[in-house]
Design a protein. Structure first.
Length: 567
């Protein structure tokens, strides 16, 4: 039988004819090169696995597929069939229904993912026409199943993190990107054993660093026993392939590293969808040329997340998955839009927390709202957006929204995938730009955030620069006057210092463009009072003989509508 044939016409005919004559199950075991390695005959309902030599490792399939017959004419695989498939790690378990010596239908089963309980599932394709089999698709599914089996079985050993060497331009444009890359690598779980700063020079199209420098890196990798090189800039598929051949180790770039961290951190359904979409869009043009990154059995940094399982699937299937993800995210975005419309209908101001990753946004959210959002001293400690309702000192209620942290050289595919989430920022009435003032590069980090905000269309949204982590400074700075223009405040979210001033400043900026009313609404104008409660922020109310005295804030448009109601 040919190597590219899943089950030949002649084999199926012969097995069906013999099964009809003896009314017993017949099993044929086929290696990946198409050769039959064994044959066994069982009863009319089952057949035992022959005692043959299989190439079977703990982390891969055995390299042999089984095609067996069902004399009752029903080709559907039984529980025993699927159990044998999993226990023997077969390439495939195919069952052929036979009735009166003629094949009826064929089913092909492959090992699937693990379920929530850690048990392996089975993917079953069928019913298929025995003489019209999609040979190419079934053979391809064997290799896809093998990769799937490896990615789930071979877990990264926590006791032995990957030894990584960082390569990039150090201190470029007044910013130590290698230092940030080191933090990213640690967040991903790597053991950074060395770093190589590069001088600015033209990029080599073949190896990024040039053949001479690549040989130097190869020697350094051997000396430090590195099994991973992380480059600070984006690599092409050709550059990655050539570097892996020279270095003899896996090679990933900054974008792959960030996507890997996002894949590990995403918790919500939307977050996982967004990360998978970004991974697939980034990796689709890089399917050809990736070497070590695709062949590593252990997964490792740069291959985690939903995207890794799709790397060796053909482009058509990946594009179809991208389309499905985009459609799912559209539905999630519609739901968020409905929630946003509901908030706007209630005239509850939306305040967005934005900032560089690890600036302390989640800690600030926890301190202001009493939430229990994960706050760690790691890059991208939290990924999924969190929304909390809090009250400001004078009684104004706001919706406080935490967002994903920004970072220098944030991957474009990631920005596009998370755009629906980040659009919450463009809808905000006020932005709190959280800044890690203890960082030597906080001014550069501020510029990165401002550039992303401008790209999101939120460049003109009122904001307050919230300088966080002031407790790490030699002395706590004096609070600025904030006489006019953009607000500024110094705080320590961890120690809860300066938070009262932040809230007071935020309330003042939110209400500066709103009308403050303090009037008595006659009881006969009950619709006006209801309108205020619906669209305004009511600070106090008092029932008097003439009506209800209401102290509240209203937007300009709502104030005009109120005047019409009262007239």
């Amino acid at each position: 039988m040919g190597q590219n044939e899943f089950a030949s016409h002649e084999l199926i005919s012969l097995m069906a004819e013999l099964t009809g004559e003896i009314n017993r199950e017949i099993s044929v075991y086929i290696a990946r090169d198409g050769h039959v390695v064994d044959v066994s005959v069982g009863s009319d309902s089952n057949v035992e696995m022959p005692n043959m030599r299989l190439v079977r490792n703990e982390d891969r399939l055995c390299g042999v597929r089984c095609l067996h017959t069902h004399p009752n004419g029903d080709g559907r695989p039984s529980g025993v069939d699927l159990g044998t498939l999993r226990s023997m790690q077969l390439d495939s378990m195919s069952s052929l229904g036979v009735l009166n010596g003629k094949p009826t239908q064929l089913y092909a089963a492959f090992i699937g993912e693990k379920d929530d309980e850690g048990n392996r599932t089975a993917l079953v394709y069928g019913p298929l026409r025995p003489y019209k089999l999609p040979h190419h698709a079934l053979i391809s599914e064997i290799y896809i199943s093998d990769d799937r089996f490896r990615s789930v079985t071979k877990e990264v050993r926590e006791a032995e993190p990957e030894r990584a060497i960082l390569v990039g331009i150090d201190g470029g444009e007044g910013y130590d990107t290698l230092s940030e890359l080191r933090e990213l690598a640690k967040t991903a779980g790597a053991n950074v054993v060395g770093s190589v700063p590069l001088k600015r020079r033209p990029i080599d199209n073949a190896t990024y660093v040039g053949s001479g420098k690549a040989e130097e890196l190869s020697l350094l990798g051997s000396e430090l026993e590195a099994d991973l090189f992380i480059f600070d800039d984006e690599l092409s598929a050709i550059q990655q392939r050539n570097l892996e051949e020279i270095l003899g180790a896996s090679v990933i770039d900054r974008t792959t590293l960030i996507l890997d961290i996002f894949a590990a951190r995403a918790q919500s359904r939307e977050g996982k969808l967004q990360v998978e979409l970004a991974q697939l869009k980034y990796r689709l043009p890089r399917l050809l040329g990736q070497g070590q990154a695709l062949s590593r059995l252990g997964g490792g940094i740069g291959t985690r997340g939903p995207g890794e399982k799709k790397l060796e699937i053909d482009r058509r299937r990946i594009r179809r998955r991208i389309y499905e993800l985009e459609e799912e995210l559209k539905e999630v975005s519609k739901q968020r839009d409905l929630r946003s419309e509901s908030r706007r209908g209630a005239s509850t101001p939306l305040v967005a927390l934005v900032g560089y990753t690890n600036a302390g946004k989640s800690t600030l959210l926890n301190s202001l709202s009493g939430a229990d959002v994960l706050a760690e001293d790691k890059l991208f400690a939290t990924l999924d957006p969190v929304v909390r309702r809090i009250s400001l000192p004078a009684g104004t209620e706001i919706i406080l929204s935490d967002t994903v942290g920004f970072i220098n050289k944030l991957p474009h595919d990631l920005i596009n995938a998370f755009r629906s989430t980040l659009e919450e920022v463009s809808r905000a009435d006020l932005i709190l730009h959280v800044i890690d003032i203890s960082s030597d590069y906080h001014e550069t980090q501020m510029r990165v955030v401002e550039e992303v905000l401008a790209d999101l269309g939120a460049g003109n949204t009122p904001r307050i620069d919230v300088f966080n982590k002031c407790d790490a400074l030699p002395s706590f700075p004096a609070q600025p006057a904030n006489a006019s223009g953009r607000g500024r405040v110094f705080i320590s979210a961890k120690e809860k210092l300066g938070l009262d001033m932040l809230l007071t400043l935020a309330e003042g900026m939110l209400n500066s463009r709103r009308h403050e009313i303090d009037l008595v609404i006659p009881y006969s104008k009950y619709e006006a009072a209801g309108f205020i409660y619906k669209v305004g922020t009511v600070l106090s109310e008092e029932h008097t003989a003439d009506g209800t005295r209401i102290h509240a804030y209203l937007d300009e448009a709502d104030y005009g509508q109120l005047r019409k109601l009262l007239s």
